[in-house]
Design a protein around this ligand. Structure first.
Ligand code: NDP
Length: 269
């Protein structure tokens, strides 16, 4: 039976085994999927041990950059993301990919019916999550991607790396005052229950706000959008869609995400 795993620290909370087993059941594929808790600094040893018999691994915090170094071959999106969340062993080589960005795009575009084509996109945050989603969003041909970040310089540095892929601009929270079509919160502010200092004009009743964080109740960011009459969603679908893309890489078939998203949503409430 083929072996898969998710590697991280902490790892107990991970829903990846449940998601992958649910996908496998859709195709009657038999597999084993375990959680591997690894001490910081010990990623290479753990990953090498796993891949003695293993076929594929998901990698989560804080090891996505270690996984980038560990892989023998990288996809373009993993290189640009500067992080790997999916490792596969093929013909003796370890292939590194990053499915977070396509997971976000598929959730917003396919599950919520929001096209990026020709739209004005605002991404809040300039950390690993933003870096991972810029290329997949650029591929959808938006009119403009604007990055805003608490630390302005980080947003500038990030934007400079993607100028070949999309029209990009950088703003400060203070300078933001026009509306956007899609507003994505890629900061960790929701984790600590902090409100972002966003001008309310960025949201309209026609805009769509997406918080990469997810939970049982709407985040403060989602509430900011709702107050302006806009639609919103959290990042649970992104989690399931990035797993679906990993599953497709490993098994060559595209699973149906909707029932899995619903089942995990039910467990949250
Ligand atoms: P990083 O630590 O790399 O970056 C955090 C970002 O949040 C930085 O831009 C930081 O700004 C900003 N930030 C933190 N607190 C505040 C605040 N109070 N006000 C304004 N900005 C703030 O984290 P990641 O990029 O890896 O992750 C960001 C979020 O995305 C997390 O909540 C994570 O859970 C989520 N995520 C969800 C996924 C999913 O599948 N649903 C997948 C990946 C990530 P500064 O630069 O100024 O410090």
């Amino acid at each position: 039976m083929k072996e898969f795993a998710v590697i991280g620290n902490p790892i107990e909370h991970s829903k990846s085994p449940e998601i992958h087993m649910a996908f496998a059941a859709q195709f009657d594929i038999e597999l084993r999927y375990s959680k591997i808790l690894v001490d910081k600094g010990a990623f290479n040893v753990a990953a090498s041990e796993f891949f003695e018999c293993g076929t594929g691994a998901n990698v989560t915090l804080p090891f996505k950059e270690d996984a980038l170094q560990f892989a023998d071959v990288l996809s373009e999106r993993a290189q640009l993301a500067g992080a790997v969340n999916t490792l596969s062993k093929k013909e003796g080589l370890i292939i590194g990919d990053n499915t977070d960005g396509i997971g976000l795009v598929r959730d917003i575009r396919d599950n919520y019916g929001q096209s990026f084509l020709g739209k004005k996109i605002l991404i809040i945050g300039a950390g690993g999550a933003t870096r991972g989603v810029l290329l997949p969003i650029a591929t959808e041909k938006p009119q403009l991607i604007t990055i805003v970040n608490r630390t302005y310089k980080k947003a500038e540095q990030l934007a400079a790396q993607f100028t070949d892929y999309a029209a990009l601009s950088v703003e400060s929270f203070e300078s933001l005052e026009s509306p956007f079509d899609i507003i994505i919160n890629a900061t960790s502010a929701s984790l600590s229950g902090q409100t972002l200092p966003l001008n309310e004009k960025v949201f309209t009743f026609e805009s769509f706000a997406y918080d990469m964080m997810y939970g049982a109740t709407p985040t403060l960011f989602m509430q900011q959008s709702t107050q302006r009459g806009g639609r919103c969603a959290d990042g649970l679908g992104m989690l399931v869609e990035q797993a679906a893309q990993s599953f497709e890489i490993w098994h060559g078939v595209k699973p149906c995400s909707q029932p899995v998203i619903r089942s995990i949503r039910d467990q949250l409430s």
